[in-house]
Design a protein around this ligand. Structure first.
Ligand code: FES
Ligand code: FES
Length: 155
């Protein structure tokens, strides 16, 4: 693997990494930078546990290379500013084991940043790539609706 200095902006801070530019940022976040809130699930783009934002859009950390994220602004669960969404998550006691939850929150926050009042279908579509083995889907949806002030499903 070729090593090269790569500069990444993560959660508003600039980091220079001596790493293979093709390394997935999930590895860089967890193993080099110690930002372990972002989880490794499948490593193949199938589960969403590794979801982070790059320039505000949700991406798979396991499929996005350092090179692809270089020069852009990345946000991880550690830097996510989504107080209303987090409060809704708490209100609905969403997590069970918790493993998928960082990815779920990152996808939900990305949805609400572009669609303030998503429909059920928009929620389903935005969250369809995030798998939860504990089946917390109804609570995830309720929390998103609460955060969006979609009063009809307020619980
Ligand atoms: S670990 Fe990236 S999608 Fe599963
Ligand atoms: S809360 Fe356990 S996998 Fe989602």
């Amino acid at each position: 693997m070729s090593q090269e200095m790569q500069t990444l902006e993560i959660n508003g801070k600039s980091f220079t990494l001596d790493a293979d530019p093709n390394m997935p940022i999930l590895w860089a976040l967890r193993d080099i930078l110690g930002l372990t809130g972002t989880k490794y699930g499948c490593g193949a783009g199938l589960c969403g546990a590794c979801t982070v934002h790059v320039d505000g859009k949700p991406v798979r950390g396991c499929l996005t290379s350092i090179k692809q994220a270089a020069g852009k602004s990345a946000t991880t669960i550690e830097g996510l500013e989504a107080d209303k969404l987090k409060a809704a998550w708490e209100k609905h006691n969403v997590p069970q084991c918790g493993y998928c939850q960082a990815g779920q929150l990152m996808s939900a926050a990305a949805l609400l940043s572009t669609t303030a009042k998503p429909s059920e279908a928009q929620i389903d579509d935005a969250m369809s790539g995030n798998i939860c083995r504990c089946g917390t889907y109804p609570r995830i949806k309720a929390a998103i609706n609460t955060a969006a002030d979609n009063s009809k499903v307020e619980a």
